[in-house]
Design a protein around this ligand. Structure first.
Ligand code: SF4
Length: 315
């Protein structure tokens, strides 16, 4: 359903004239129709930029994006319109992603109007009501403004706005990280329920590996703009291979979720600058297993059997 090949997104570095930020640097993965691909990594690893480039909020620097067998990498805005309907995004921050001057009705109706998908006012009202009820709100909420809702309710409005378009793919960009812990599970369960019931395809982005494991079929671990490990969600807990993945799992405080032994070395130091990323393996400045080759040669992702790929000189 979604195929990303060697995707690169560089930005001019604001603080260093002539330099670039290597936000996404050669990322490839495929998401099967009706499945969930979870993309995980620390803040600043490039996962949100990757999502925004796929949905063409950002122009890709290079690489290829194919949606439902259609190459949309260089499409102009007019050519992208049918794809925009098929592909929706749920944003991280429900506080800033909803227009404060619009009622909830107008927020949800806006994409339907833009794509001329509702002929009459009644059709529009019915679609808004159905979308609100689908996410556990009621039609009485339609005339309120976003600031009148809690964070969880706002994110439900954001989900309703995406679902009202009857999309096939939804990019969920850290949809729960701005919410109270008490309602994160509710929102994830709701997203999982929609995905299963409607056969949706998700690209689900989060920094919390336990949440990604819960909702995903396949997990991709990103570090400094590159994928370092891709594997089935169950396997990433049972047999993680990359030292970075093992370090992320080590940081999970719940032993029943954390399957790696405590003997695995913790990740050292901070994530380096993406303006001057380390040569060779980008993780070598923090890796407890580094060898001389690690600083010299970039390890390509290689298959470890099945759907498990890893980019590390240890294998
Ligand atoms: Fe560590 Fe070397 Fe593997 Fe990179 S390639 S993760 S530095 S062992």
């Amino acid at each position: 359903m979604l195929e990303v090949s060697n995707l690169v997104k560089h930005f001019p570095a604001a603080r260093e004239r002539g330099s670039v930020v290597h936000a996404v640097d050669g990322v490839s993965f495929a998401v099967r129709r009706g499945s969930v691909f979870g993309l995980v990594g620390e803040s600043g690893c490039g996962k949100s930029t990757c999502a925004r480039t796929i949905i063409r909020i950002y122009e890709p620097t290079s690489g290829r994006i194919v949606v439902d067998s259609v190459d949309c990498t260089r499409m102009n805005e007019r050519e992208l319109r049918p794809l925009r309907r098929k592909m929706q995004m749920i944003f991280q921050d429900p506080y800033s992603s909803l227009n404060a001057r619009m009622t909830v009705r107008d927020i949800i109706a806006e994409p339907l109007r833009a794509h001329k998908l509702a002929g009459s006012r009644k059709e529009l009202d019915d679609a808004v009501r159905e979308a609100l009820e689908g996410v556990g709100l009621n039609s009485g909420h339609a005339n309120r403004y976003a600031h009148e809702f809690s964070g969880g309710q706002r994110q439900r409005v954001g989900i309703a706005r995406a679902l009202v378009m009857k999309p096939e793919i939804i990019i969920c960009d850290e949809p729960i990280s701005a919410l109270d812990v008490s309602i994160q599970a509710q929102v994830v369960n709701m997203l999982k329920d929609f995905q299963e019931r409607l056969g949706l395809t998700y690209l689900f982005i989060a920094h919390d590996l336990s949440m990604v494991r819960y909702i995903s079929d396949i997990v991709g671990v990103m570090y400094l703009g590159r994928l370092v490990e891709v594997c089935p969600a169950a396997e990433i807990y049972a047999s993680p291979l990359h030292p970075y993945t093992r370090g992320l799992l080590q940081a999970i405080p719940i032993p029943s979720v954390r399957k790696t032994p405590r003997t695995e070395r913790a990740i050292e130091g901070d994530i380096p600058s993406s303006i001057h990323p380390p040569g060779g393996c980008r993780f070598h400045t923090r890796c407890g297993h580094r060898m001389p080759v690690c600083g010299e040669i970039f390890p390509e992702l290689k298959s470890m059997g099945g759907e498990h790929d890893v980019a590390c000189h240890l294998y």
